[in-house]
Design a protein. Structure first.
Length: 467
């Protein structure tokens, strides 16, 4: 029998519940979430019960009303919501189950933001966990899928994962708690329902302790998965090649490149896992077939490309390197720069500052991340903007003007970096592009009496330049 003491001991042993701050709990009205809400209320954990009405069944309005009454009786904060899951399924081009999942987690995080909660909790049980493992086995999942449902993932926690579904139902019945059963749980049109109602009973005949056995398997797989991810990350560090030189901060969260010269020196298992890690880092997942396609291309030395599901993250490769990147809509920036002053484009990852300074006469590098310009030679006003077609500049020491796009190519800037690099301009045009060129037209000389210092910083950094 599940008791409050047993539940509290589990929370203490795992440390899964935050010591401070509130937690939003997904509350469907089913036995699992009803049990969780009741235990948390008894333990004075002060949960926020978030109930999303999918509006797909006639009785859903009545269920939402009863959920509200239950929370009111317990003194638990209640946050209702409504979603049009069928419409979302059409919009996202996914099935009803996946659309429902998207709607639920989106809603839970919205409630968390509304209440300033530090975590989101769901009532997934040990039974859900082992059903997930079985489904992944049936679908031919790799080691990661065999790890099942994680007890913690980012800001998401699952405090009921140690208890099976029979235990939560028994708890609710023992305490006389209202709960409802979702008809989808017995609808064999859904793969999980068929597994639960047809396959699992047979497995339980073969091994009455099948849940514990699969849970042990998942635990081992999860531990090994963490270890192998670490090994794959170390492999990536050996293969990774820097992009965009000193301007690498512009796209460090948007693209990754791996040098393929020594790819065959590493185990294919780690390289394969590294490919998936690169996509996951950029916000997408690859299936087994797609991963094999990228690996074969990397090893085969032929050109190719692939885009992950969702169309946001892609990779292309040739015999020299593989380039993973996240498609990112170009953001145009055009803001006045005062002296002294600062322009920050947090969405692009940079800031540019200007201040009066004394130039010590040292030779300037035309591609530095800091520059001195002659305030008397500037055609005011100054502004900072992103690149425009046709932009030209006369680089320091050069005899004529050059297209910035050509200079970007010589600096080996990626397409993403070219869209994001700041350009300081005056009324006549570009005068400085950090890491690329300083204009001969405004550079300080020994005769300069009004020097301004320009600095390129990572966004949020106001203490020092990244020279």
């Amino acid at each position: 029998m599940l008791t409050l003491d047993r539940f509290e001991a589990h929370l203490t042993a795992t440390g899964i519940w935050p010591a401070e701050g509130r937690v939003v709990v997904g509350y469907s009205g089913g036995a699992d979430s009803t049990c969780l809400i009741h235990l948390l209320a008894r333990g004075k954990r002060n949960p926020i019960a978030a109930h999303l009405n999918h509006g797909q069944r006639p009785e859903s309005e009545e269920e939402a009303r009863k959920c509200a009454e239950f929370c009111q009786a317990l003194g638990v904060s209640y946050a209702p919501g409504h979603a049009d899951v069928p419409a979302l399924a059409v919009e996202r081009r996914v099935g009803i189950e996946e659309a429902g999942r998207i709607a639920r987690y989106t809603f839970l995080h919205q409630v968390a933001q509304q209440f300033g909660a530090v975590r989101v909790a769901t009532a997934h049980t040990l039974t859900d966990h082992v059903e997930t493992v079985l489904l992944h086995i049936i679908r031919g999942s790799g080691r990661r899928g065999l790890g099942g449902i994680a007890a913690e993932s980012g800001d998401l926690i699952r405090p009921m994962l140690a208890f099976d579904r029979e235990t939560t139902r028994a708890y609710c019945k023992h305490h006389g708690l209202w709960f409802h059963d979702d008809p989808a749980n017995v609808d064999d049109r859904h793969a999980r329902s068929r597994l639960r109602n047809r396959v699992f009973p047979v497995l339980k005949e073969l091994n009455p302790s099948i849940e514990e056995a699969l849970a042990r398997l998942a635990g081992v797989m999860r531990e090994e998965d963490v270890f192998l991810d670490g090994a794959a990350a170390a492999t990536l560090e050996q293969l990774e090649t820097p992009l965009n030189g000193p301007l690498g901060i512009l796209t460090r969260h948007l693209e990754i490149a791996l040098d393929l010269d020594h790819i065959r020196h590493y185990p294919q298992a780690l390289v394969r896992r590294g490919i998936r890690l690169c996509f996951e880092t950029l916000g997408a997942e690859l299936d087994h077939h797609q991963t094999a396609l990228v690996l074969d291309g990397m090893l085969g030395g032929v050109k190719g490309s692939i885009t992950a599901a969702g169309g946001v993250v892609a990779a292309d490769w040739d015999h020299r390197r593989v380039h993973f990147f996240r498609h990112h809509k170009a953001v145009a920036v055009d803001t006045a720069l005062e002296v002294p002053g600062r322009v920050e484009a947090a969405e692009l990852g940079w800031a540019v500052t200007a201040e009066a300074a004394e130039h010590d006469g040292a030779t300037q590098e035309r591609a530095s991340l800091a520059a001195f310009i002659d305030g008397d030679r500037v055609s005011r006003p100054l502004n900072v903007r992103t690149h425009r077609a046709g932009d030209r500049i006369q680089p320091l020491g050069a005899k004529g003007s050059r297209k910035l796009s050509d200079l970007f190519g010589e600096a080996h800037l990626t397409v993403l970096a070219r869209q994001r690099v700041p350009i300081v301009c005056d009324a006549q045009g570009p005068v400085w592009c950090p890491g690329i060129a300083l204009s001969e037209r405004v550079a300080t000389t020994d005769a300069s009496s009004c020097a301004w210092r320009l600095d390129f910083h990572p966004a949020g950094d106001s203490l020092q330049s990244v020279m």
